[in-house]
Ligand binder design. Structure first.
Ligand SMILES: Cc1cc2nc3c(=O)[nH]c(=O)nc-3n(C[C@H](O)[C@H](O)[C@H](O)COP(=O)(O)OP(=O)(O)OC[C@H]3O[C@@H](n4cnc5c(N)ncnc54)[C@H](O)[C@@H]3O)c2cc1C
Length: 387
């Protein structure tokens, strides 16, 4: 067993990365009375996003999102809107209305602009007393908490954000031909629109998948988009680890591979792991012992869910959309997918063996398992593009 190194209380805690994981750690540490310096490589927070709508999901854990945020000391000083309805489409374009009794998620926005989660967390970290230094890249070897985001492309997404006065839409398209291993989505809420296509294979063709998915969505139900079209490419990192420590550093968020294998919804993992990293510093407790029983188990279940998602093909996705629409409460239905049942526990080692690879991989830290099929593939230049 590895023990988490104790940090000298008289020294400021150095955090690499001002994403949700790094800022969540900074907020907890600064409120706990520690001196904190967050180093952010870019000139602002959230620069890999384009003002897009994202969701803090509410189904993977019993604790409702507002209670979760309250518990980890995060105020809602950003766009935050509950969602309890949506329309899912299968590969035959059949619309299925989804309804939930309680929100299955909360929309937030991401990017370097007012109202986003990124700017909200930045303001809270500063108000708590943390120093945030922009254009300051910190070598992970010099950091106490490494929260640098994804390092290898396991999943890739292209998005566009725009303005729209259309009626509100939350459409999700499940079709492995249009988005291999992933899905595409159109959100129009409060005058902001986001269309995205997320894939886990064939990364070189992301533009084609995006264009075909967008054309298919428009054929089904066209929408108006005004103002600047802001496009962005970004990737996601998933791996299962036995430790999230490397030397004296605690790894949090996607830098540690904490991500939901099923739908790539990593914000809750990022906020939780950042908070747990801070807790381990404040208490001098073992970081691995804090995240393993909660995030470790949950992530392994999500790996099995991903296997089922891909193995079932479009027929499986069609069954999923139908069952989701039939459920009186989609929140409870999705929650059941996240449950760690005996058969998922039994299936997990088989999935790991089936997706085992012998190749080199770019993930950190230490001992881990990853699928790593994509890590050496070239991806388009990342970040926002305006047109
Ligand atoms: C297109 C897209 C849509 C998504 N939608 C959702 C969604 O709807 N719901 C959801 O839950 N999740 C979603 N995710 C995933 C979610 O955005 C991530 O899981 C989350 O942002 C991870 O947070 P993080 O703090 O680990 O990393 P990041 O948010 O990537 O932050 C890392 C920060 O570290 C900085 N950095 C990197 N290296 C260094 C260094 N050496 N020194 C200093 N700074 C450094 C980076 O510039 C960056 O600002 C989406 C991801 C993508 C790509």
């Amino acid at each position: 067993m590895r023990l988490t190194p104790t940090l000298d209380p008289s020294h400021p805690i150095r955090i690499a990365g001002a994403g949700p994981s790094g800022l969540s750690a900074a907020i907890a540490l600064a409120r706990g009375g520690r001196s904190v310096v967050v180093h952010e490589a870019k000139g602002d927070v959230g620069t890999r996003f384009v003002g897009d709508l994202q969701i803090i999901e509410a189904s993977s854990e019993k604790e409702p999102v507002p209670d979760f945020l309250d518990r980890i000391g995060i105020e809602r000083n950003f766009y935050f809107r509950p969602v309890d309805w949506a329309t899912f489409y299968d590969h035959r374009s059949r619309p299925r209305m989804i309804r939930a009794r309680t929100p299955f998620g909360y929309f937030i926005r991401r990017g370097a602009e007012e109202g986003t989660l990124d700017r909200g967390l930045l303001a809270q970290a500063r108000a708590a007393g943390a120093e945030v230094r922009f254009n300051s890249r910190l070598d992970p070897a010099d950091a106490d908490i490494v929260a640098t985001g994804p390092a290898a492309p396991d999943g890739l997404a292209k998005e566009v954000t725009f303005r729209s006065d259309d009626s509100e839409r939350i459409d999700v398209f499940f079709n492995h031909k249009l988005a291999p291993g992933g899905y595409s989505y159109l959100f129009i809420l409060d005058g902001v629109g986001t269309f995205g296509c997320a894939i886990v294979a064939d990364f070189k063709k992301i533009d084609e998948y995006f264009d075909h998915s967008l054309a298919a969505a428009r054929r089904l139900h066209d929408f108006t988009a005004t103002g600047t079209m802001r496009y962005g490419y970004s990737y996601m990192n998933f791996h299962l680890k036995t430790t999230a420590l490397a030397g004296s550093a605690r790894y949090a968020g996607e830098a540690a591979g904490f991500q939901d294998y099923l739908f790539g919804l990593g914000i809750r993992y990022a906020l939780t792991s950042g908070n747990l990293a801070a807790q381990s510093v404040l208490e001098g407790s073992d970081y691995d012992h804090l995240w393993q029983p909660t995030l470790g188990k949950k992530q392994e279940t999500s790996l099995v869910n991903r296997f089922l998602y891909e193995a079932g093909g479009n027929f499986g996705l069609s069954m999923f959309t139908r069952s989701a629409a039939r459920a009186a409460d989609f929140q409870a239905y999705l929650g059941s997918w996240h449950q760690s049942t005996w058969w998922k526990v039994a299936l997990a080692p088989l999935v790991r063996r089936f997706w085992h690879h012998e190749g080199r991989c770019l993930h950190k830290p230490g001992d881990h398992w990853c699928r790593a099929r994509q890590t050496e593939m070239k991806v388009p230049p990342l970040g926002p593009v305006e047109r």
